[in-house]
Design a protein around this ligand. Structure first.
Ligand code: WQD
Length: 342
């Protein structure tokens, strides 16, 4: 079976392409490399031994979308990763976020409709739950979706709404995966996360500090009402997250549901300071960090109930936080010695 992966050279996209290929799927990637590197496709081939078919193009460009579906007949499902994802940047440039994440999704659905293709997996986020009462944790998919606190978060909320409407009116079959905090890299360390500039996310900031690219990590707040005062998140290994997409594609072929959402996390919450300590333990390094003020917009704590994914998708996270941190560190070391970057 052939699957189109938009944003397939990106962090989660590239790991998903590897899992799809090793699970026997043929993969076509559409990527504009705006937040990724074309060398990623070569490294995917090194891992799987299979060349990735790809079109360099943009989901906002109807001609690019038509090219994909004409050049690769037989695509049976789409996994739609291509989107902007930086919360702070979205506050500065909301129109770019709505154009890429919302208009891009609309154009993709229109091109799919023209190609008589109805199955789509969408990248959503736990950000749709906002700040939740501790009594609701671990959070289930039945928790209310709240007003987003950034344009980025709003694009995920609206993305789900437009897919729900399209599933009702146009017969699309949709699986929306609400990711918690993806971290880590492939075991080979040939692919991983490639942040542009100064990382916003915790784990790339940790690995860049450990390797000497950044002077020190700032832990954003230690006065939250949690066990050590730092925020709690559900950190999920990117290879586990990738596998959820393969399971979602299988589900689209067997289920009668037109629109489903699933939490994709581990079910475990860890504080920022626990992640720092785990990183030091698995890598044998001492991390230079300080406690700083809270970061605007951070929720205190969130972690997933993944029972629905386990029961209906037959998916469950298998890897540990330690393994995720170990592979993230291996990847940072690989980047330091390869001409991959910069
Ligand atoms: C994790 C924790 C920070 C950096 C964001 C998006 C979300 C999702 C994933 C993505 C927080 C703390 C971080 C640092 C720190 N979407 N931290 N020092 O904010 O949970 O989620 O990314 O594409 O929608 O909002 O992830 O990795 O930024 O932060 O102390 O230098 O680490 O305060 O508690 P977040 P994160």
């Amino acid at each position: 079976m052939k699957v189109l992966v938009t944003g397939g050279a990106g962090f989660i996209g590239s790991h998903t392409v590897v899992d799809l290929q090793t699970s026997g799927y043929e993969v076509v990637v559409l990527d504009n490399f705006v937040n990724s590197n074309r060398q990623v496709l070569n490294n995917i081939e090194k891992i799987t031994g299979k060349r990735v078919d790809f079109v360099e193009g943009d989901v906002r460009n109807k001609t690019d979308l038509d090219t994909v579906f004409k050049r690769y007949p037989g695509i049976e499902a789409v996994i739609h990763f291509a989107a902007y994802k930086a919360v702070g940047e979205s506050v500065q440039s909301p129109l770019a976020y709505y154009e890429n994440n919302i208009a891009g999704t609309v154009y993709l659905l229109q091109a799919m409709k023209a190609a008589s293709l109805k199955k789509i997996v969408f990248s959503s986020s736990c950000t749709v739950y906002g700040e939740v009462d501790a009594t609701l944790l671990p959070i289930t998919e039945n928790a209310p979706v709240v007003k987003a606190n950034s344009p980025y978060g709003n694009t995920k909320k609206i993305g789900e709404e437009l897919l729900l409407d399209a599933s009702k009116a146009e017969g699309f079959n949709v699986v929306s995966l609400r990711y918690f905090n993806p971290i880590g890299a492939h075991d080979t360390a040939l692919i991983g996360e490639l942040p542009l500039g100064i990382p916003n996310n915790l784990v790339p900031f940790i690995t860049q500090t450990a390797i000497g690219k950044r002077k020190e990590l700032t832990v954003f707040g230690n006065d939250y009402p949690t066990r050590d005062g730092s925020c709690i998140r559900d950190y999920i290994h990117v290879m586990d997250l990738a596998n959820a997409h393969v399971k979602a594609i299988d589900y689209l072929h067997t289920s009668n549901e037109n629109f489903s959402v699933f939490n994709i996390g581990t079910g475990q919450g860890n504080t920022v300071l626990e992640v720092v300590t785990a990183f030091e333990n698995v890598t044998g390094t001492i991390l230079n960090y300080k406690i700083g003020p809270r970061r605007a917009g951070d929720v205190v704590q969130i972690y997933a109930s993944c029972q629905k994914a386990e029961q209906e998708l037959g998916w469950k996270a298998e890897r540990t936080l330690e393994n995720a941190l170990e592979t993230a560190w291996k990847w940072e070391q690989y980047l330091a010695t390869s001409p991959f970057m910069d």
